[in-house]
Write a protein that binds this ligand. Structure first.
Ligand code: FE2
Length: 670
C-alpha cells in the first residue's frame, strides 16, 4: 500500500480481460475536465472559476438505449448539495477509526478491501457522473461518441486520480477482478496510497460540487435539468450502497463497530464530524470540501446542511446522521418503540397487483422497469421475520442434517459449507500447533448454523437467559464486530447472515415457503380497503409500509445509528396496512423470486451493470437493513443478493398458501 508507484517503464503491462464490462467509459475525456478546468459555458463557482457543462441534450444523445430521455424529475442544486453532505458524513462515520492495514483488509470472497471501496466510489463519481456532466456535445443519435480533437492526446485512463495510476484497472468493479483488488501493483501496475485515494475523492467531490454552481440561496433554489439531477443522484445512491457495504465489512472482519457516536443535539456539526475522524482517517478532508467555500473558511447555510434528502429530493423529517445520533436510544422512547416477539400471520386475499415502477415515478432503477400486473393468489405472511430463537429451534431439530428440507442446490451448499468450515478449523489447528498452543481445536464437528453463530463454550455456561438451561439458544453465542467474547443471541431479533438456502430449508421445516416478490409488496404496499379480487391492478401503492411519510426512527430501523437489529416486535408505528411489522429496515428479506428483468427492461445509462449481469443468478431481496441509509430505502426498491451470500444483514419471513392453511405443522414446534 505504501510503496511508491513504479516508473512507467517498470509498471506491469495491463492484463487483458475476458470481460471489460459495458460501461460508458469510451466517452472521450474532455481536456478541460479536472481541477484545471477553465473555459466555460457553465455556472461560475464562488471563486470565479467555471465549468464547461454539457447541455442536457448532449447527455441524452450519448445514451444509445434512450433511458435518459425518460428522466423527468428535477432536483434543486441545494437539495443535491445536501445529499452530498449527508452521504459523505455517513461514509466518514462508517470508516472512521480504522487503520490503513484494516482498510486494506484481508482477502475474503464476500468483501472488498475498504480502501478499494473508497477509490471505487471516487471512480464511479468521476466516470459515471462527472465525465458525463462535462462531456462535450456529441452529434445527435451518435451510437458511439466520436473522439474529439480536445481529447486526442489524453490517455484513455487519464483520471483525477493522477500520477501513473490507471483508475479503470484499479477501481472499475468490472475491470478489477475481485481477487486482484488486494494486489493492485501486480495487475494495474501501481498501488495508490491511502492519501492518494483520499485526494482522489476530494478532487472528484470538489468538481461535482463546483458543477452545481455557486452556493447562494438564489442558485440553490434553482432546479437542475432532469438528466443532471439523475446523474448526481445516482452517484450519491451508489455511495450510500457502499456505506452499508463498509459497515457489513466491519462485521465480517470483526473490526470495531462504526464510530456512530452522538454529536451535538442541534444537528450536524461539521467541526465535530471532522474532529472525530481527524487522525483516524485522512479522508476527513473530503468532507471539508463539502462544507466550506474554496478558501475553506465560509460555513454553509446550516438549514441546508442539517437535513438529509431522499433520492427524489424530499427532505426527510429525520435530520442528518449526526442529529439522529443525538436521539437517546436507551431512553423511554426506545422502550415505547417496543420489542419482543410478534407472532402470527396476516391473511391476504387474492388480487391483482401492479409490480414495478411506472414512468411517472420520480426515481426508477432499471430492474424496476416497468410496472406490470401480477395475479396473486390468496396467501398468508408472517407478521414478523423469523427470529434467532425460532431458527435455533430449527438447528436443534437437526435441520441441517435433514436432506428432505433442502433443495438440490441448498443441499450442495450445505456440503460445501461443511467442508469449508472443516478446512478453516484445520487451518486453525495448524496455526495453533505452530504457535505451540493447544491442539484441541474442534475439527470437523463444528455444528452448522448461520454465519457468526458460535457454539457456546462450557466456560461461558454460567446462565441461560434464553428460555433457561437447555433453551434453544443455550448452546449459541454470536460474534459481533470486535467484541472480545461472543455474546448471547437476542432471542427475538431477526436471524441474519443466513443464506437463501438456509431460509428456504427453514420455511420447509415449518411447512411454509418464502414469499414471492409480489406477495411481499402486496403485504407492504397495499391496503385491505382497496386491494382484493375487485382490484383492477391500479390500487394505490404505498411508498413505505406505513404510508407515504418518510422514514423516521419510530417507524424503521435504518441509518445505522442503532448499531444492530431490534426485536421483531419493535416499531409498531412502521406496520403495514395488513399489520405486518418490520418490512422496512432491520434486516433485508429474502424472497423466493429469481432476479430477472421485468417486461420492458432496458439497461440504464450510464451504469449498465447495475442489474443485467446478475439476472438469473441472484434472488430478489426487499426492505433494507439497519445499516441501510434512509434516503434510499423504499418498499418498491428491487435489490438482489447471491443465494449463498451470508455476509449481509439479510433475514426472511415465512409465507403460507391460503388454500392449504394447515400445512404448517412445524410452526407448532416453536
Ligand atoms: Fe460500487
Amino acid at each position: 500500500m505504501a510503496a511508491p508507484p513504479p516508473s512507467a517503464s517498470s509498471a506491469a503491462p495491463p492484463r487483458d480481460r475476458w470481460f471489460h464490462g459495458i460501461h460508458a467509459h469510451s466517452i472521450p475525456v474532455p481536456r478541460e475536465a479536472g481541477a484545471s478546468a477553465g473555459a466555460s459555458s457553465g455556472p461560475d463557482d464562488a471563486s470565479g472559476r467555471s465549468l464547461a457543462l454539457a447541455p442536457p441534450h448532449a447527455l441524452r444523445d450519448l445514451d444509445a438505449y434512450g433511458t435518459l430521455r425518460e428522466k423527468h424529475h428535477r432536483l434543486t442544486r441545494g437539495a443535491v448539495r445536501s445529499m452530498y453532505r449527508d452521504v459523505r458524513e455517513r461514509t466518514l462515520r462508517a470508516l472512521a477509526g480504522l487503520t490503513p492495514a484494516q482498510l486494506r483488509a484481508k482477502p475474503e470472497p464476500s468483501l472488498n478491501p475498504l480502501d478499494w471501496g473508497l477509490g471505487h466510489v471516487a471512480h464511479f463519481y468521476e466516470f459515471m457522473i462527472l465525465r458525463l456532466l462535462l462531456a462535450p456535445a456529441q452529434p445527435p443519435n451518435a451510437a458511439e461518441p466520436s473522439s474529439s480533437a480536445s481529447s486526442a492526446d489524453v490517455p484513455a485512463h487519464a483520471s483525477l486520480l493522477g500520477g501513473l495510476h490507471d483508475a479503470h484497472a484499479l477501481f472499475d468493479s468490472f475491470r478489477a477482478a475481485h481477487d486482484d483488488r488486494w494486489r493492485p501493483a501486480d495487475v494495474a501496475g501501481t498501488d495508490p496510497t491511502l492519501d492518494e485515494i483520499a485526494r482522489y475523492l476530494d478532487a472528484v467531490t470538489a468538481e461535482l460540487v463546483r458543477a452545481l454552481g455557486p452556493e447562494t440561496p438564489e442558485n440553490d433554489r434553482r432546479a437542475l435539468d432532469p438528466v443532471s439531477s439523475y446523474l448526481h443522484a445516482y452517484g450519491i445512491v451508489h455511495e450510500h450502497w457502499h456505506v452499508e457495504d463498509f459497515i457489513q465489512t466491519r462485521q465480517t472482519l470483526r473490526y470495531p463497530r462504526p464510530r456512530w457516536t452522538p454529536a451535538s443535539s442541534d444537528g450536524a456539526s461539521d467541526d465535530r464530524v471532522e474532529s472525530e475522524t481527524r487522525g483516524a482517517f485522512p479522508f476527513a478532508s473530503a468532507y471539508r470540501v463539502l462544507v466550506s467555500d474554496s478558501a475553506g473558511s465560509r460555513p454553509v447555510d446550516p438549514s441546508v446542511r442539517r437535513y438529509a434528502c431522499d433520492v427524489a429530493g424530499g427532505f426527510l423529517p429525520s435530520p442528518s446522521p449526526s442529529s439522529l445520533l443525538s436521539l437517546s436510544l436507551s431512553s423511554e422512547k426506545e422502550k415505547e418503540r417496543g420489542g419482543g416477539a410478534f407472532p402470527g400471520y396476516a391473511s391476504i386475499p387474492s388480487g391483482r397487483y401492479l409490480l414495478g415502477a411506472t414512468p411517472s415515478d420520480k426515481w426508477v432503477f432499471d430492474a424496476e422497469r416497468w410496472a406490470h400486473n401480477v395475479d396473486v393468489p390468496a396467501f398468508r405472511i408472517a407478521k414478523a421475520q423469523v427470529t434467532n430463537a425460532e431458527f435455533a429451534a430449527f438447528v436443534r431439530a437437526g435441520g441441517y442434517e435433514n436432506r428432505a428440507l433442502w433443495s438440490h442446490e441448498g443441499w450442495r451448499w450445505v456440503a460445501s459449507e461443511r467442508a469449508r468450515r472443516a478446512s478453516e478449523d484445520e487451518d486453525a489447528v495448524k496455526s495453533l500447533a505452530e504457535d505451540g498452543a493447544k491442539k484441541d481445536v474442534a475439527r470437523d464437528d463444528r455444528p452448522m448454523a448461520p454465519r457468526h453463530w458460535t457454539p457456546r463454550s462450557d466456560a461461558s455456561r454460567t446462565n441461560a437467559p434464553e428460555g433457561g438451561p437447555g433453551g434453544v439458544l443455550d448452546g449459541w453465542r454470536v460474534a459481533s464486530f470486535d467484541d472480545a467474547r461472543p455474546s448471547p443471541l437476542a432471542p427475538h431479533a431477526p436471524v441474519t447472515h443466513a443464506t437463501w438456502y438456509e431460509a428456504e430449508a427453514y420455511c420447509a421445516w415449518v411447512g411454509g415457503r418464502l414469499p414471492t416478490e409480489a406477495e411481499w409488496e402486496v403485504a407492504a404496499r397495499t391496503d385491505p380497503a382497496t386491494y382484493g379480487a375487485a382490484a383492477t391492478g391500479t390500487c394505490p401503492r404505498r411508498e413505505y409500509p406505513w404510508g407515504d411519510a418518510p422514514p423516521s426512527p419510530d417507524r424503521a430501523n435504518l441509518d445505522g445509528f442503532r448499531g444492530g437489529a431490534t426485536d421483531v416486535g419493535a416499531l409498531p408505528a412502521g406496520d403495514s396496512a395488513w399489520g405486518v411489522r418490520g418490512m422496512m429496515g432491520n434486516a433485508w428479506e429474502w424472497t423466493s423470486t429469481a432476479f430477472l428483468p421485468f417486461p420492458g427492461f432496458a439497461m440504464d445509462f450510464p451504469y449498465r451493470e447495475n442489474s443485467a449481469p446478475w439476472f438469473g443468478y441472484r434472488k430478489v431481496v426487499k426492505g433494507g437493513c439497519w445499516a441501510t441509509s434512509a434516503p434510499i430505502a423504499r418498499a418498491g426498491y428491487r435489490h438482489s443478493f447471491w443465494p449463498e451470500m451470508n455476509a449481509v444483514y439479510c433475514g426472511f419471513r415465512v409465507a403460507l398458501d391460503e388454500k392449504n392453511p394447515s400445512a404448517n405443522p412445524g410452526v407448532s414446534k416453536l
